[in-house]
Design a protein. Structure first.
Length: 223
């Protein structure tokens, strides 16, 4: 898969996109990514990309022209273009699985008070990572990229793969333990030392269900 980020802050991306599992996905040839800056497409001599809102009010609005040129410079017929915004459809694990099948994602990051409404025609989808307001779309775009790239076959090692299945089943992860076996008087559940893989799997299923009921009852109806 290739991912292009349309952003006024391209320097934010490498520290996240080149680290850990995403970095390894690139080294393995499973992911290519790049940034394109609308500022480089402004025909204004000061490279201006924002202007004051018609009708008045505080803050600035991203202009449609530099945004359109930036998107068009990376977009192909087979691309899916996505704008990150609190007004979008809620991004979920299911959506991540869907997007993982795409060949090319163009993730467009807004800044300021937002973008000119007419720019929305440039996008196939509008996605929100949650009901809170961030400074820009860069962090949401990287959240989407991370969740999507993990779903590409071959990105996760076999050992990692199992834990990613939990959300697919609609439940939270089961509780995990490592050494020491006793910590401040708290013991690791005995069954995990039994060597009985069937019993362990059954315990984990029950524990995942109990944790979901207690911490996220809203997920139980789906599971
Ligand atoms: N923003 N999920 C404002 C978000 C956001 C979110 C993105 C803030 C775009 C202009 N994006 N800009 N929540 O808060 O996706």
């Amino acid at each position: 898969m290739r991912i292009d980020f349309v952003t006024l802050f391209p320097d934010m991306f490498a520290p996240v996109m080149d680290a850990s599992i995403l970095g390894r996905a690139k080294e393995k040839g499973l992911l290519e990514w790049g940034c394109v800056n609308p500022r480089d497409f402004s025909d204004n001599k000061h490279h201006k990309v924002d202007d004051r809102p018609f009708g008045g009010g505080p803050g600035m609005v991203m202009m449609v022209e530099p945004l359109e040129k930036a998107v068009k410079s990376v977009k192909k017929k087979s691309s899916k273009t996505i704008f990150l915004s609190p007004q979008g459809e809620k991004f979920t694990d299911g959506k991540a699985s869907q997007l993982a099948k795409e060949k090319h994602l163009v993730l467009v990051c807004g800044r300021y008070e937002g973008i000119d409404e007419r720019a929305l025609d440039l996008f196939d989808e509008e996605l929100s990572i949650g009901d809170y307001v961030l400074t820009g779309g860069e962090l949401p775009a990287m959240v989407v990229a991370d969740a999507v790239v993990r779903k590409i076959p071959g990105v996760l090692k076999k050992e990692d793969a199992a834990s990613s299945e939990s959300f697919v089943e609609g439940l939270l992860d089961f509780p995990q333990y490592t050494r020491p076996r006793v910590w401040r008087g708290r013991e690791v559940p005995e069954v995990l030392f039994s060597g009985d893989h069937k019993r362990i799997a059954a315990w984990r299923r029950d524990a995942a269900k109990a944790a979901t009921k207690r911490k996220r009852p809203d997920l139980m109806s789906r599971a």
